[in-house]
Design a protein. Structure first.
Length: 334
């Protein structure tokens, strides 16, 4: 039997982080469209291959979150992607939610789908090599009116139910209540919403006795909204983010990972660096690292453009970004 606490700790090992290569088919299509590539099962496989078969990624990545389609696909050399990752000592994970749907009484807020048949889906995922899972909930800020208490509560309950099922199936859950960047709100409003949401998540987690020592929290940074006209300094982001997380993440949680959420690769790198410095200075009880999709992949994608001849250069750009992001991480673990 695998020790879920140990797997969770491996995911937040020193100087390593996660690649979130788990864009849904729809989102992968949007990403491919940015560089003029048509989205088919084969081009999405090539897109995954670009990153997953980059030599030396194991120096920087502890785990990769895959999408269901990719779990069943193979590299150019015919090795199933989960196996390819295991050969590199990188833990394969899988996104298990099925996207969002509008809340019945509010078109602006959503709840995340996928609980109904989750139990039956988890065992085959594990048999395919997945060792951990992710569930993303989306929390939208609109002035003082959103998020509603109802949206927070319903998403928190679903995150907790998912986490319990994942643990019971021998898979580490990553609980991701993403607070969206979109909006004209202040950084302090984001900080408050992160705290309120995480408090609701941990209340739901404790209500059904999810093992807090065998889960990972994935969170947004506390940033000013993208329409606020304000760009926070990395130090401001670090102050608000570390203060928020210290107030709401229990000490027995092994790891906290960040999404990039629409920040540029440099912003996501510099903000993480400032967060890590402050977290070390003030002392936080959990390990912290990144779990980025766009901030790690977008530069490489625009070099690749779907062309075989560009793969080598695109991989070099990906590695360059991985080096920059992992340079932000401290050498020691908790
Ligand atoms: P971004 O880093 O692009 O925000 O993606 C991370 C993620 O996993 C969102 O669910």
């Amino acid at each position: 039997m695998y020790d879920l606490h140990e797997i969770a700790l491996s995911l937040v090992a020193p100087k390593k982080g996660l690649l979130a290569a788990d864009e849904s088919i729809k989102t992968a299509g949007k990403r491919l469209a940015t560089c003029g590539v048509e989205s088919t099962a084969e081009t999405r496989r090539q897109y995954r291959e670009l990153f997953l078969d980059t030599p030396s990624i194991e120096k920087y990545l502890s785990g990769v979150i895959l999408f269901e389609e990719t779990l069943k696909q193979s590299s150019d050399s015919g090795v199933p992607f989960p196996e390819l990752l295991e050969q590199k000592d990188i833990l394969p994970g899988i996104k298990v939610d099925q996207g969002t749907e509008p809340m019945s009484d509010s078109s602006k807020e959503t709840v995340t789908k996928g609980l109904l048949d989750l139990e039956e889906r988890l065992a085959p995922y594990r048999a395919s090599g997945a060792r951990f899972t992710k569930w993303r909930a989306v929390i939208r800020i609109d002035g003082d009116t959103l998020p509603s208490a109802k949206a927070i509560m319903e998403n928190a309950k679903r995150l907790a139910s998912y986490a319990l099922m994942a643990q019971q199936s021998g898979l580490v859950p990553i609980l991701e209540p993403e607070v969206l960047l979109e909006g004209n709100h202040s950084r302090l409003r984001t900080k408050d919403v992160i705290e309120t949401t995480m408090n609701a998540v941990f209340s739901a987690v404790d209500d059904i006795a999810v093992d807090r020592t065998a889960l990972i929290i994935k969170t947004s940074m506390a940033l000013s909204g993208s329409d606020s006209g304000r760009t926070d300094t990395p130090e401001e982001v670090a102050d608000s983010t570390v203060e928020a997380l210290k107030a709401c993440i229990p000490a027995d949680v092994p790891g906290v990972v960040f999404l990039s959420g629409g920040q540029s690769p440099d912003q996501a790198t510099n903000n993480l660096s400032a967060i890590m410095k402050l977290a070390q200075k003030v002392g936080v009880p959990w390990n912290i690292t990144f779990s980025y999709a766009r901030a790690l992949q977008s530069e490489s994608l625009s070099v690749w453009k779907g062309e075989k001849d560009n793969v080598q250069n695109a991989r070099a750009v990906f590695l360059e970004r991985l080096v920059k992001v992992t340079d932000a991480l401290p050498d020691v673990t908790k």
